[in-house]
Design a protein around this ligand. Sequence first.
Ligand SMILES: NC(=O)c1ccc[n+]([C@@H]2O[C@H](COP(=O)([O-])OP(=O)(O)OC[C@H]3O[C@@H](n4cnc5c(N)ncnc54)[C@H](O)[C@@H]3O)[C@@H](O)[C@H]2O)c1
Length: 407
Amino acid sequence: MTKKLNALASGILPFHEPGLDKALQEVIAQGNIQFASQHDQRTTEADLHFICVGTPQRAGSEAADTTYVFSAAKELAKWISKDAVVAGKSTVPVGTALALQQQMSKVAGFEVNLAWNPEFLREGTALEDSLNPDRIVIGTWNEHSAQVLRDVYKSITDTGTPFLELDVPTAELVKVSANAFLATKISFINAMAEIAEVSGADAVALAKAIGYDERIGNKFLRTGIGFGGGCLPKDIRGFMARAEELGVGSAVEFLKDVDAINLRRRDRVVELAKAELGDIANKKVTMLGISFKPDSDDLRDSPALEISQRLVALGARVVVHDPVALDALKTRDASLETEADVFEALRDADLVILGTEWRDYKELDPKQVADVVKVKTVIDGRNVLDVAKWQAAGFKVLALGRNIVNG
Ligand SMILES: NC(=O)c1ccc[n+]([C@@H]2O[C@H](COP(=O)([O-])OP(=O)(O)OC[C@H]3O[C@@H](n4cnc5c(N)ncnc54)[C@H](O)[C@@H]3O)[C@@H](O)[C@H]2O)c1
């Protein structure tokens, strides 16, 4: 077994996800989980298989790389039994399931029961989202597949969770279109932030005001350095690439703007930092938070990481603090210094940037921060700091989408 699987088998998670290590240890103790790197008789005996492998952005292209899904499915097809159901959970371009079903059936020598069952969990609350989802979506080609999935989710649907039985292409599309909508919502408010910045308005107050309209809602309407992670950015790009292949690229062409607005927020922070630091060479910048979101150590397409790397490229010395992601960072980018003690990270800083809205940073006492930094300037990349409190401690506070008057 690989190192990762050995660690999992002894109850150690290779990533940070609140509560999941405890849940893993419980199922290990109950004898309800096993790990393997090769298929064997146990695969043949199983009634249901989930395919959850990655679908990252393809190198040198905007499209999703589905090779991992096809390779996992092909291996699985050599071992599965005729009645078994295979449920795809990975986020895939619409039409992938049909191609997979055909490939698997060819390898297996019988019609494989493939279904699509998109995953909606959010990193940071993954366990809770899995046990209490907003909805469960399945797309199937036959009643047998639908029944097996109804049975497996029965304890959840019995509590009233909506269970949507759809056709397969719709099930595949639900996930990418939901992510496209969420990305659009964030970029919408960040587009308003660009307007606010040049018109004296305040995008945080604006978001609050428009969010009261139930048709709009206040969730995912927070202005800041935008979205990142292993899903939204690659999913909107993959969606555009797939629509183009299907001859309807113009239908989702607006996602190009959604992507561009999102990336421009990172430029904005770099510009603010440059303006504050002047001669940037060897200036110390403390980045508070490096993961793409709180309660996760995932660094994939993290806005805070990209901003840090760009500041280093400009000659700054960036010292990163993060409650859980420093080990992940060390293996990914050695050009960034790490410091596990937040006040040591802040010591003698010429500029502080809040990159991830960890609760730890919202709760920092600005007076204590003021005692250790060299220059009392903070860029709040997530609009979570209490501006008046930080200003009272002597800080100049800069934030995205706002025109904060500093004394
Ligand atoms: N991360 C999320 O929050 C989230 C939420 C919903 C949906 N998704 C989707 O779920 C899928 C997985 O996402 P992730 O974030 O877990 O990706 P990931 O890259 O973190 O994990 C994928 C795992 O698949 C393994 N893998 C690759 N090929 C394999 C194979 N042939 N056999 C066995 N294992 C293999 C890799 O080793 C890796 O551990 C993606 O399609 C993603 O879009 C992710």
